[in-house]
Design a protein around this ligand. Structure first.
Ligand SMILES: [Zn+2]
Length: 419
């Protein structure tokens, strides 16, 4: 929309968005826009506290990367490490225009604190695993349920925090755990965030017993929950049909899948089937950027070259994956779109950079093309969450980036020395 105007109510929600000439008179706080306004980006799958583990195991495939590099280091992480890692991750994401992140990790209370400190928005799923020597999965599921029942599904200022269930994956949990999580989540309308069919190796045993991971999810009732399946790389046409029929959201993580050599998700096939697909950065130790516009560009490039067809994805499609479709993949109708009544999570992109050949003076599709193909997150200048300015001129307003970096460095050094 050209000459658009956006007005934000005192409650942090969008009061009016539309052409300047139709804007209601009472809207005294109208802001004429210099540049592009777009919805805050939605990271549908992340483990952001892993900023302290960035760079580790960079040449290992998923199974070895998890078992040799990640799980041993994560076992040493304290709640304070997780808080510091989340704080830095949240700062990095906000600076790149990501206003909402859907996380799966441990110590979610510390994550919530860090996110609220920066002023971002988070959906926090505590990870549930059944590993030797680890906490009993039943206790973790019970803790999540108690948290949701006492705090409410959404909490914090402007509902910036949502709590969710995070069964890590079908290959580290017994089917009865999936069944229980499905029941508890359905009864509460809670989101279930799970890794699905990320690599071939992890699922060999499951495939022999259940045929496919999506069919196991169906059998255990998880598909009937509000579900986000991260990755969904190795899915058959029958699996895609199951996901589409259930309305299961998928978090597509093209960079992580490429870096860990996991495979290529059939994005065009999922989208054509009507599966709500959003984008995820995955953790900063497997990507290693927390940059969703970079992810949008990568998703579009891979979809085009895999099909050898430029028509499968436009720059606008890629931007929708990072915004509107991301909200759909998480089952949220209050973010991801600039629309009256939704939260005013808004990103301002400057066109005063070399990436925009002629500023705003170009056809719409070329302008969006400049944003997705050329500018990326470097174009982001200001970011608002629920109307509040949390990034100004590229830096976070509420938290000191240099201090957050120093804290994570201290964590990283300590974790490394204890290896
Ligand atoms: Zn993941």
């Amino acid at each position: 929309m050209r000459d658009g105007v956006l007005d934000i109510g005192a409650d942090g929600r969008i009061l009016y968005v539309g052409p300047a000439e139709d804007a209601p008179e009472w809207a005294g706080a109208l802001r004429p826009v210099d540049g592009i306004l777009m919805p805050g980006l939605i990271n549908a799958h992340a483990h952001s506290p892993m900023t302290a583990l960035r760079g580790r195991g960079g040449n290992l495939a998923l199974g070895d990367w998890l078992r040799q590099a990640m799980w041993p280091a994560e076992a040493l992480m304290t709640p304070a490490d997780i808080r510091a890692g989340m704080l830095l991750g949240s700062i990095e994401m906000l600076r790149g225009g990501i206003t909402t992140t859907s996380e799966m990790y441990f110590h979610v209370e510390q994550q919530a604190e860090a996110i609220l400190q920066t002023g971002g928005r988070g959906i926090l799923a505590e990870a549930v695993l059944d590993l030797p020597g680890g906490e009993d999965w039943r206790k973790v599921v019970e803790r999540i349920t108690t948290r949701i029942d006492s705090e409410g599904l959404r909490s914090g200022p402007d509902e910036r925090i949502e709590y969710a269930y995070g069964p890590h994956s079908a290959y580290v949990l017994p089917p009865e755990a999936l069944r229980l999580v499905g029941e508890l989540a359905r009864a509460r309308g809670a989101l279930v965030h799970i890794h699905v069919a990320e690599s071939v190796e992890e699922d060999v045993e499951l495939l022999e017993r259940f045929g496919s991971v999506p069919s196991l999810l169906k059998e255990t009732g998880l598909l009937e929950a509000r579900l986000t399946a991260a990755h969904a790389v190795h899915v058959s046409p029958a699996d895609i049909k199951l996901l589409a029929e259930a309305g299961t959201g998928v978090a597509h993580c093209p960079t992580s899948n490429a870096k860990l050599a996991s495979g290529i998700m059939p994005l065009p096939a999922l989208m054509q089937a009507g599966v709500p697909v959003g984008l995820g950065t995955d953790g900063p130790a497997s990507n290693d950027r927390l940059d969703l516009l970079d992810e949008a560009r990568t998703a579009a490039l891979i979809a085009r070259v895999t099909r050898q067809d430029v028509g499968v994805m436009t720059a606008a499609d890629a931007l929708l994956l990072a915004t509107r479709y991301g909200a759909e993949a998480l089952g949220r109708d209050d973010i991801g779109v600039l629309e009256t009544g939704r939260w005013a999570d808004v990103v301002t992109v400057s066109v005063d950079t070399p990436a925009f050949a002629t500023g705003l003076d170009m056809p719409d599709d070329e302008l969006i093309g400049n944003l997705v193909w050329a500018a990326g997150s470097r174009g982001v200048v200001d970011v608002r969450v629920a109307g509040e300015l949390v990034v100004a001129e590229g830096e976070t307003v509420r938290s000191d980036r240099h201090r957050a970096q120093a804290e994570v460095r201290a964590s990283a050094v300590r974790l490394r020395s204890r290896r």
